[in-house]
Design a protein around this ligand. Structure first.
Ligand SMILES: [Zn+2]
Length: 449
């Protein structure tokens, strides 16, 4: 029977969209399954222009946005496509973390195939599905514990926690019949869980991997600033120390670390951190997965409030936060008491808030990737209109190129597959072990010389 092999069906010369098939004889598993955002998916589908729910696979196959693979998809998702339904040929799907580019296509997977996730990731997926239009489908969900092995035939999969810009992210170390294969998922080592990333790469090094699939988001030209989470905190502290007006900021909706950083900065400057209904719902849903005081929790943590955005209709998950919500009038009257989390899509609230000219707005997200980022232009137009002062303060969810290269040397894999990067060739300077993968090619894992 054939020896182990690895195949990359996404994340090849693109950021996001990792889809890694690992096969060992009769045993086959998949790592991650989401759309690419750089911007392959958004070249065709954006905002309300989306695949039809009656024929999602057909619509995605039209533009090559999902792999043509049998024995993986649900019969329902395949409806009207030319890809025939086949009984499952995968023993399991392993998800590294709850970001859309790794989990966003899970709803298309055959519900007969078990989906393995960390307990925290399952809670995050539930919170996201419960408060947005993103759905992940019905599955045979199997939650694992960190470092506890999952055995599927010849394959033994060990999940290791890593530091990333969403909590409960994992890398995987897999023992195959020809040695160890490791997959980093997305990771960094400058956030609050940096020791987890170090421990993962030590385990990878000790396993003498025959192959390592490493994310390389920041490989190649990267003009953006290299801040740590602690660096973000000091910058926000300085901004809050320089104003007696309302302070505002925006970040990624699932970046619980950043929300915690902003919360602590608010508390230490004597302010109350005010979040949206959706953020409040996420934090309340995730509270039990953190030690007490680990993250801000609505209704429990001091100096934490919810912004009472007026709506015609409220979702059931928003209603628990309405009674104690802070109004725009209160924020306008006593701005100096607050740090308001204000997402781009909630900018019309500024019309009620009327912040004093020069009030700070902290952009705690990645700088725009391109010069012609329309949202970026619109954001700055709004900030200019209200005379707000713009500050950039962000720490990436990904390790820098220097760190990536150091980790390759330390873990010493026989073969390195750079994925989740637009610049896999940047790794070539690390020598002949580097193999930028071709989309869909099958690479045997061989322990031999
Ligand atoms: Zn990613």
């Amino acid at each position: 029977m054939a020896g182990p092999s690895v195949q990359f069906l996404g994340g090849v010369r693109e950021i996001g969209g990792n889809k890694i098939v690992l096969t060992d004889g009769p045993d086959r598993i998949l790592f991650d399954f989401g759309p690419s955002f750089d911007p392959a998916y958004e070249n065709y589908f954006r905002d309300f222009l989306q695949p039809r729910s009656t024929s999602p696979i057909k619509d995605l196959l039209e533009f090559g946005l999902i792999p043509r693979i049998e024995g993986l998809y649900a019969a329902e998702a395949l409806a009207h496509s030319d890809l025939p339904y086949r009984a499952p040929e995968f023993a399991g799907v392993f998800v590294t973390h709850a970001h859309a580019d790794h989990a966003g296509y899970l709803s298309y997977i055959d519900p007969e195939i078990p989906v393995y996730v960390g307990e925290g990731t399952k809670a995050l997926l539930d919170a996201i599905a419960g408060s947005t239009s993103q759905k992940y489908g019905d599955h045979d969900w199997r939650t694992f514990r960190p470092r506890a092995p999952v055995r599927l035939g010849r394959l033994e999969v060990r999940p290791y926690p890593v530091d990333h810009s969403i909590p409960f992210a994992f890398g995987y170390l897999v023992h195959t019949s020809e040695g160890a294969f490791a997959y980093t998922g997305d990771f960094r080592q400058h956030g609050p869980r940096a020791p987890d990333s170090h421990a993962f790469f030590e385990a990878v090094r000790d396993a003498h991997p025959v192959a390592l699939a490493m994310e390389g988001t920041r490989a190649g030209p990267d003009a953006r600033e290299n801040l740590s989470e602690a660096g973000v905190r000091s910058r926000v502290d300085a901004i809050l120390g320089q104003t007696d007006d309302i302070a505002m900021g925006c970040t990624y909706p699932r970046d619980i670390d950043r929300l915690t950083t902003l919360y602590r900065a608010a508390v230490d400057s004597g302010r109350t951190f005010v979040v949206s209904y959706r953020t409040a719902h996420l934090l309340a849903s995730m509270a039990s997965h953190f030690p007490p005081g680990g993250i801000p929790v609505p209704g429990t943590s001091p100096n934490l409030s919810v912004y009472g955005r007026r709506k015609k209709v409220y979702y059931a998950w928003e209603k628990p936060f309405l009674d104690d919500a802070v109004s725009a009038e209160e924020l306008a009257r006593h701005g100096a008491r607050y740090l308001l989390a204000l997402d781009f899509y909630q900018f019309p609230e500024l019309i009620d808030l009327r912040p004093p000219k020069g009030s700070p707005f902290v952009h705690s997200m990645s700088e725009p990737f391109s010069e012609d980022d329309l949202n970026d232009e619109v954001m700055h137009r709004w900030l200019d209109h209200f005379g707000l002062r713009f500050h950039q303060a962000h720490a990436s969810g990904h390790a820098s190129q220097t760190e990536l290269f150091d980790l390759v040397r330390q873990t010493d894999p026989k073969i390195l597959y750079p994925i989740h990067t637009q610049h896999p060739d940047a790794f070539l300077r690390l020598g002949p072990r580097v193999r930028p993968p071709e989309l869909g090619a099958v690479y045997p894992l061989a322990a031999g010389p």
